[in-house]
Design a protein around this ligand. Sequence first.
Ligand code: HEM
Length: 142
Amino acid sequence: MTPAQIGHVRRSFALVAPIAPQAAALFYDNLFTADPNLRRLFQGNMAQQGDRLMNMIAAAVELLEEPDALLPALRKLGTRHVNYGVRDEHYATVGAALLKTLKRGLGEAYTDDVHAAWVALYGVVSKTMMDAARNAPAAQAA
Ligand code: HEM
């Protein structure tokens, strides 16, 4: 990601952070509307799950310039997602739901540049997670 994209992601996420619980709820609403089958993968409390998701995005946004810290955490997260029943094709659905949520939450602040910056961020995050999932030990992937 370019420094300008990192700036766009940080500034726009700062606008969403104060409404994180609502943004998370809207995200899951968008996600389960896009693919109702995904609902069954989530077994925990959805408010708590929403918190974790927003915290992880916040951590990624913080650590964009520290790949040595960010990438290992994302690899572990990707491996854990294999055990949650998550498959490669789900990442596109989640990415689309995330962008839709940001667009709605940010309103006019969701410019083309902001959109492109989030596409880049989600690309890095999801690719790192999927690569790790593919290389997960067979027992975990089964
Ligand atoms: C940018 C990509 C993603 C991020 C940052 C993310 C983040 C997280 C976090 C932080 C957790 C909490 C548990 C843990 O840390 O292991 C979690 C759990 C989970 N995620 Fe994701 N996730 C992503 C992509 C996906 C995708 C593509 C799916 C597919 C639908 C998914 C489905 C789940 C499920 C089913 C759980 C477990 C829920 C439960 O325990 O009931 N995630 N995710």
